[in-house]
Design a protein. Structure first.
Length: 80
């Protein structure tokens, strides 16, 4: 059973299902953990390289997750 809040801005892009991938947040409709995006970028890879390796995730989805992540960082940093 999916545990992602449909009112969340993340809902369109990310899902969490305790019965898949141990409940790790994944790109919606896939078993690809979101952390892979950040591991690729942190490892010096490009979005194009990630898209080549994981064709089932769109550039638009990756861009949206990065933009939402930046907003969340800003929000939590200001609250600290």
């Amino acid at each position: 059973m999916e545990q992602t809040n449909p009112l969340s801005p993340w809902y369109q892009y990310i899902w969490v299902d305790p019965e898949r991938m141990g409940g790790e947040p994944c790109f919606r409709g896939t078993r690809l953990p979101v952390r892979i995006l950040f591991e690729y970028l942190g490892g010096g890879y490009t979005l194009d390289e990630l898209l080549e390796d994981f064709e089932h995730v769109s550039r638009e989805t990756l861009a949206a997750v990065l933009a939402l992540s930046a907003k969340e960082i800003e929000r939590t940093a200001r609250a600290a």
